[in-house]
Design a protein. Structure first.
Length: 320
């Protein structure tokens, strides 16, 4: 394993260096966080055979020898193999243990521990506390496992944080959301424009750019009059959020036969009465399209027409 300390990370000119989560972790985590504890130990008089069984039982590759908790030596799996080869597996540990030991302190950072593994090439280190008591054993595998565990924990925390932010944003959006919903009846020319008026009031209160207010008003008015003139009735739903207004016009039929044609300027199937009232220039849908940032029209003879227009909002201050 090779890691860079945060100070060793190359810096880009001017910008702060990017330090990965793993690099921060090896710096923050201590040997005591990763070591196995309490240590499984043996007495100096214990036979190598007994230690071999201990290793097998606990799946350790090194057993510290500690009379009264003080570290005096270490028997490694390599020592056991040599003892088996040379036929002295029943000898006491003290006769063959390594006594010239390199140890780590439990308060060392994992960064330092990794450096010690690299420097000495050992498979394991006994870990001592500040009073020189043996408190654990550590291998490279222990460091990897500890890092993986904490990386997973950090990832989970980051996800939870993101979800909380999203929920807060949604709650904030909902708190600032205004929905205007009103039924629209066929032939009710007198009511035309009422929904648009209520919407404009909210947009004015929010100091939305007058040009954007005008565009929203055109969409709401034209969509409403289309329901009055051409449909069997429906409703308008205006949803005002801090960043956008969505105008939906839903009716129960008879649907638009040819949307492409209906979108052309001057195309109209309006009858005599609406024309006498000043409608029927065939400009409604083209105007809606021009004024929307996003427009979607779903229509069929069975399900009627559903128009959805979205307009992004900016305050007059933002526009200036
Ligand atoms: N909700 C609807 N249901 C059925 N047909 C519709 C609907 N909306 C529009 N149409 C059809 O599309 C045509 C074009 O609509 P558009 O709004 O552009 O013009 P118009 O309503 O006829 O006239 P203007 O809007 O200028 O008063 C309409 O004449 C009508 O045939
Ligand atoms: Mg129209």
């Amino acid at each position: 394993m090779s890691v860079q300390s945060p100070e060793q990370v190359p810096r880009t000119t001017g910008a702060a260096a990017k330090v990965s989560v793993a690099q921060v972790l090896v710096y923050e985590l201590r040997v005591r966080d990763a070591m196995s504890k309490p240590p499984i130990t043996a007495a100096p008089t214990d036979s190598l055979r007994k230690i071999q069984h201990l290793m097998k039982q606990h799946k350790f590759s090194g057993v510290p020898i500690t009379p009264n908790g003080n570290l005096v030596g270490l028997i490694s799996i390599e020592d056991i193999i040599t003892a088996l080869d040379h036929g002295y597996i029943n000898d006491p540990a003290e006769k063959h243990m390594t006594t010239n030991l390199v140890t780590l302190r439990d308060h060392y950072s994992l960064l330092r521990a990794v450096a010690e593994f690299d420097r000495h090439g050992f498979g394991r280190f006994p870990v001592l506390d500040t009073s020189d008591r043996l408190v654990g054993m550590i291998t490279r595998g222990d460091i990897t496992t500890c890092l993986m565990h904490h990386l997973e924990k950090r990832a989970e925390e980051a996800l939870a944080h993101e979800a909380a932010l999203l929920a807060a944003r949604q709650a904030d959006e909902e708190a600032h959301r205004v929905v205007i919903r009103a039924p629209v009846r066929t032939g009710d020319y007198d009511s035309a424009g009422k929904i648009s008026q209520r919407m404009r009031q909210v947009l004015r209160e929010r100091a939305i750019d007058p040009e954007i207010r005008r565009r929203a008003a055109v969409v709401a008015y034209e969509a409403e009059t289309n329901i009055i003139i051409h449909s069997l009735g429906g409703e308008i739903i205006v949803t005002i959020d801090p960043d956008k207004v969505v105008i939906e016009a839903v009716d129960v039929g008879p649907g638009i036969e040819n949307v492409e044609q209906a979108m052309q300027e001057g195309w109209s199937t309006a009858g005599r009465l609406p024309r006498e009232l000043g409608f029927g220039a065939g400009m409604g849908l083209p105007n809606i399209k021009r004024c929307s940032d996003h427009l979607d029209i779903q229509t069929s003879s069975e399900h009627g027409t559903r128009l959805r227009s979205e307009i992004r909002l900016r305050t007059a201050k933002e526009t200036a």
